[in-house]
Design a protein around this ligand. Structure first.
Ligand code: PLP
Length: 290
């Protein structure tokens, strides 16, 4: 691990993400998650969004050299046990992040391919998608797309994934883009709310057969897991994707396997959604409880 061989008394996680002035998503969600899970959270801010409970009003990117400097400073001195990336915004920033991470190939990277806010605001420039595929996806340990992001990465029609079988097919196609694991989130699956289930699929790696059978509904092949959780019907889910990836990175930093970390992250987010609260006149957000 980077950090000059220093043994830290706590697990350390770096988030490389955008700021949400409303405090619900982005680095704010990541740091709250890390605090709740007992790891030391650090941040390299990529962009500042002007945002409230109704949506994103403005997006201002920070210079890629500044993103790089934030990452290099903390990695060289404090070190990290895992890195999570969220909103990266531009191809230049993606290149800078990839270059820094090239110097620490062992550091587990959880990449949440943030493309747009639920309100529709673009958080990744369209031209940056090719750079993400080229310079970061092959370096990723766990990729955590939702269904619209997965469709975009694969060039499939939005809404093309309409069943758990289609999710599995899609997750395997995403593995071909280079990540070691894909945790494909099924929150957008048609009928999820009606069925009362939030189903995610985890594919990849070699260690996915171990584990905790109680949470595994089926394991059709050695490297496939279907994670099912209860659906919580609330509009106050702003920042859910950020929290899931941050929790996953935190559990990996604490030494858990991907399987175990994915399940624990899903439970963490489910509890945070169950306790979520309204804010302002739009969507509220998750409660990050220890
Ligand atoms: N703002 C920032 C900075 C984010 O990183 C994200 C998602 O990753 C969002 C907003 C989107 O949150 P939501 O889709 O819940 O509105």
């Amino acid at each position: 691990r980077p950090g000059g061989g220093i043994v830290a008394p706590v697990a350390r996680v770096l988030t490389v993400a955008g700021s949400d002035s409303g405090g619900g998503a982005g680095i704010q969600a990541d740091l709250k998650t890390m605090q709740a899970l007992g790891v030391h959270g650090m941040s390299a801010v990529t962009a500042v969004t002007v945002q409230d409970s109704l949506g994103v009003k403005e997006v201002h990117q920070l210079p890629p050299a500044l993103v790089r400097a934030q990452m290099e400073a903390v990695l060289a001195d404090i070190g990290a046990d895992a890195v999570k990336t969220g909103m990266l915004h531009s191809a230049d920033t993606i290149r800078a992040v990839a270059e820094v991470l090239r110097d620490c190939p062992e550091l587990p990277l959880v990449l949440d391919p943030v493309v747009a806010a639920t309100s529709g605001a673009a958080l990744l420039e369209p031209a940056a998608l090719a750079e993400l595929r080229r310079s970061l996806l092959p370096r990723v340990y766990v990729l955590t797309p939702n269904l619209p992001e997965a469709c975009l990465l694969l060039g499939r029609a939005p809404g093309a994934i309409d069943s758990v079988d289609a999710m599995l097919d899609c997750a395997h196609a995403l593995l071909q883009l280079g990540p070691r694991y894909v945790l494909l989130k099924g929150g957008h699956l048609a009928g999820a709310a009606a069925r009362g289930q939030a189903v995610d699929v985890l594919v990849g790696g070699e260690e996915a057969s171990g584990g905790h059978p109680a949470a595994v509904e089926s394991a059709p092949a050695g490297s496939v897991k279907i994670l099912a959780g209860d659906w919580w019907d609330t509009p106050h889910t702003h920042g859910t994707g950020c929290a899931l990836a941050a929790a996953l990175a935190s559990y990996l930093a604490l030494g858990r396997t991907v399987d175990d970390a994915a399940r624990a992250a899903k439970s963490y987010v489910a509890a945070a959604i169950a306790a979520s609260y309204p804010l302002g006149s739009g969507r509220g957000t998750l409660a990050h409880l220890p």
